[in-house]
Design a protein around this ligand. Structure first.
Ligand code: AMP
Length: 413
């Protein structure tokens, strides 16, 4: 009989993990609730057009990643790849523009994208999503960023990097894309084959290229952020001033592109320093044309989506790193004082460190290092050696700084 398994790119969430997810959702409920965001839910599948029109026909999501199927009446339906289009559709359908504006809502639930699965990337994943629809006040952009930063902090994801930019309006963006394409065409022979072949479709990708020649060209390329209107630039500077006054640290990244067409003005993305290739923890921005695009009255909006799986991965990586230990072994009778000083030094660097304090033999000390689950043992003998407890590799360190570096290299991610 065929062995039945969860479909590729999906996860069974077993009890301890399922509880952690609930905890993250309740952190979001509390943090967002205090700022007036109310829970809201939309269906897990929608008329395909909601996403085709909302997210944009030419995006990777709509072109390649949607789970689309027909119902028995032949209607094309799609499992939602993101939340904002569905919420905007519901905002229009229920005449929510008649309520006091902005309408502030949040939700949590499953989303579906047909991507190649890898660590941190799934075909069914879970997002928390927050939206403020019906006002273009820059304080909403800043507020939403602050709230997301607070959720990350309380969820224990550790240090995050925040990248911020402004995309202006669809008109200034279209003008800019023409200018960028002209610029790239003029220097076509310096670009990689891949960038050149995509020039017509997505010239912005050139900013992410690894190819040295392309990178050199892109250093001189025009930037969208220098082409947005005076009004949009002022909006952006208001958002930044509010973030500054709240002490939020960010970098302006003029090459920040998000994979959805509806963004206007502010865009942002949080990345974890603890995650590998799939480091994006969450992001969002303003979408002042989306409600109208979906058939509603002209209505500004701003929001974000944050992946729960990635938050948990970042939090777990942090827990593993903070639980990880270093053992400082004493291989020469008069090294106790050096061990004492070195342990202090390593603890200052944030490591959990224990030293030999029971007069054990070298063999006994290594056993003790194993017992406490040390990932590295620093051995103070004639020189200083660092032993990677995973691989068994032992190397001599040239200096105390070198010890620190070698220990950090051996540390679990
Ligand atoms: P996006 O709107 O595409 O930037 O997605 C928002 C957030 O959802 C990302 O920053 C990730 O944390 C998460 N996310 C997006 N796609 C996936 C996926 N395929 N698997 C897991 N998490 C995802």
């Amino acid at each position: 009989m065929k062995k039945l398994q969860a479909p590729r790119g999906t996860l069974d969430v077993l009890p301890p993990d399922a509880r952690r997810r609930l905890e993250i959702v309740s952190i979001a409920d509390e943090v967002l609730g205090r700022a007036g965001y109310e829970p809201m839910e939309t269906p897990v599948f929608e008329d395909t057009e909601v996403f085709a029109r909302g997210v944009g026909e030419s995006t990777d999501i709509v072109q390649k990643e949607m789970f689309t199927f027909e119902d028995k009446a032949g209607r094309s339906l799609t499992l939602r790849p993101e939340q904002t289009a569905g919420i905007s559709r519901a905002y229009i359908e229920h005449g929510m523009h008649k309520l006091a504006q902005p309408v502030k809502v949040w939700s949590a639930g499953p989303f579906f994208r047909h991507e190649a699965p890898q660590a941190g990337r799934f075909r069914q994943f879970t997002q928390i999503d927050a939206e403020a629809i019906g006002s273009d006040d820059p304080s909403l952009d800043a507020e939403l960023i602050l709230l997301l930063a607070e959720i990350y902090e309380r969820a224990g994801t550790g240090a995050t990097r925040l990248r911020l930019s402004s995309l202006g309006t669809p008109e200034t963006r279209a003008g800019y894309l023409k200018e960028l394409t002209r610029f790239l065409r003029a220097r076509e022979d310096e670009l990689s084959d891949e960038v050149r072949s995509r020039l017509g479709r997505n010239p912005l990708r050139a900013f992410d290229a690894d190819h040295a020649g392309t990178q050199a060209v892109m250093k001189e390329a025009p930037l969208l952020i220098d082409r947005i209107s005076a009004e949009d630039a002022e909006h952006f500077s208001d958002v930044r001033a509010l973030l500054d006054s709240a002490g939020i640290v960010y970098v302006i990244d003029p090459t920040l592109v998000r994979g959805l067409d509806y963004y206007t003005r502010t865009v942002f993305e949080f990345e974890s320093e603890r995650l590998g290739a799939q480091a994006a923890l969450g992001g969002g921005g303003r979408y002042d044309g989306l409600v109208e695009e979906l058939g509603g009255p002209p209505t500004p909006g701003v929001g974000w989506a944050a992946g729960i799986e990635r938050m948990l991965l970042a939090a777990e990586a942090g827990a593993a790193a903070s639980a990880a230990r270093v053992f400082v072994a004493i291989a020469r009778p008069d090294a106790a004082r050096d061990a004492f000083v070195l342990a202090r030094r390593l603890r200052e660097a944030g490591l959990r460190v224990e030293t030999e304090q029971a007069g054990r033999s070298m063999k006994g000390q290594l056993k003790q290092a194993e017992r406490i689950g040390a990932f590295a043992t620093v051995i103070l003998g004639d020189g200083i050696d660092v032993k990677d407890m995973q691989t068994g590799d032992q190397r001599e360190a040239a200096s105390i700084d070198d010890v620190l570096e070698m220990v950090q290299e051996a540390a679990p991610a």
